[in-house]
Design a protein around this ligand. Structure first.
Ligand SMILES: Nc1ncnc2c1ncn2[C@@H]1O[C@H](COP(=O)(O)OP(=O)(O)OP(=O)(O)O)[C@@H](O)[C@H]1O
Length: 332
């Protein structure tokens, strides 16, 4: 049975329009007019317990709005949501005990206090006994390698340590469902890897369900077998990461090592040149032109080595998010 059920969920934000000038300001006060922003439109999906699912979309696609409705921070305009058996917007205490939201750009830990003090407050809020608090603290701090950091004021922690402390605070009550909005934002590569490894371990240890947004594709490839793709408020893909590449990357990367360097002018005819490093050239070639392009390359040049790969996921998603590209792919 799904732990998260989202059915025909929509959110429309009314936004007041203000014309410039004094007349505009006057009208703004007395005859305010509004336009509608359809941030989320008719979105449906289900998550099974223990799944880690990536939630992808360009800036402004509707990810945060969806997460806010799933955690009960905002009310849907229409549709149904159930998380762990609860309607999020009611914000019942039992719902809050089963879920947690971590936003990379917001923090719950108090800046000037040691994280430990904020964690004690959380323990009191969630009614966690001293014994369980000590047990969980020691387990999570060791999983996150934070043992020596919790007594320092939060402002003295590095960004990565702070994010790990935020995760500790969010997980102290052992939620069944964890919503993560850009948990690795701004972290260096080592800290990103540490956060990812922790999430994987936590998910395996407690079968927690995780819905995760991230602009770092490494987070998604490392953690998520399944992804949801949202575009202009609509869910346009729900499936495996490989399936996403097949569907939205109608091209492949051809890497060829030539016996002699060849000018870019001569190479242009074979496809879009991604990079030239000495005698090594990387092209983007449409899938349907792949065999003819390779045949032409082999006929015209002395080729030492040739590889065909799916382009890196970052690249596919980057292209996908460029205006219009998603819609072109949807039409085809
Ligand atoms: N409180 C609000 N009032 C009006 N419009 C809003 C509000 N919050 C978000 N929006 C608009 O709704 C749309 C979806 O925004 P949302 O923050 O959900 O996108 P997102 O996918 O999380 O983007 P990002 O990756 O940039 O965080 C955007 O057009 C945004 O401008």
């Amino acid at each position: 049975m799904p732990i998260i059920t989202v059915e025909r969920l929509s959110k429309i934000y009314p936004v007041a329009i203000k014309q410039p000038g004094i007349k505009g300001t006057f009208n703004h006060f007395f005859h305010r007019t509004y336009r509608e922003i359809k941030a989320v439109q008719d979105v449906s999906f289900y998550l099974e317990p223990g799944e880690i699912v990536g939630f992808l979309g360009a800036n402004g696609a509707g990810k945060t709005t969806t997460l806010k409705m799933l955690t009960g921070l905002i009310h849907p305009s229409s549709g149904n949501v159930r998380v762990a058996g609860y309607i999020p917007f009611r914000r019942q205490p039992e719902f809050l005990r089963q879920t947690s939201l971590v936003m990379g750009q917001k923090q719950q830990l108090l800046w000037d206090l040691p994280a430990l003090d904020s964690l004690r407050i959380n323990a009191a809020v969630y009614n966690i006994s001293d014994r369980i608090f000590t047990e969980r603290l020691s387990e999570l701090a060791s999983m996150l390698a934070l043992e020596n950091k919790l007594t320092q004021p939060v402002r003295k922690l590095s960004l990565g340590e702070r994010m790990k402390a935020e995760l500790l605070a969010a997980l102290l009550h052992h939620p069944k469902v964890l919503f993560l909005d850009e948990p690795t934002l701004g972290l260096d590569v080592n800290a990103q890897v540490a956060v990812r490894e922790f999430l994987r371990e936590y998910n395996q240890r407690y079968q927690a369900t995780i819905l995760l947004t991230s602009h770092y594709m490494a987070d998604i490839t490392a953690l998520c077998d399944r992804v949801l793709l949202i575009h202009q408020g609509q869910l346009i893909y729900d499936g495996s990461l490989d399936g996403l590449l097949q569907r939205f990357a109608p091209y492949r990367e051809v890497k060829v090592e030539l016996a002699q360097a060849v000018s870019p002018e001569k190479l242009k005819q074979f496809g879009e040149i991604e990079a030239i490093e000495g005698q090594e050239v990387r092209f983007i070639v449409q899938r349907e032109n792949l065999t003819t392009t390779i045949a032409k390359l082999l006929a015209q040049f002395e080729v030492i080595d040739l590889n065909v790969n799916d382009p890196p996921i970052e690249e596919v998603i980057g292209r996908l998010f460029q205006t219009g590209t998603i819609l072109e792919n949807l039409d085809s």
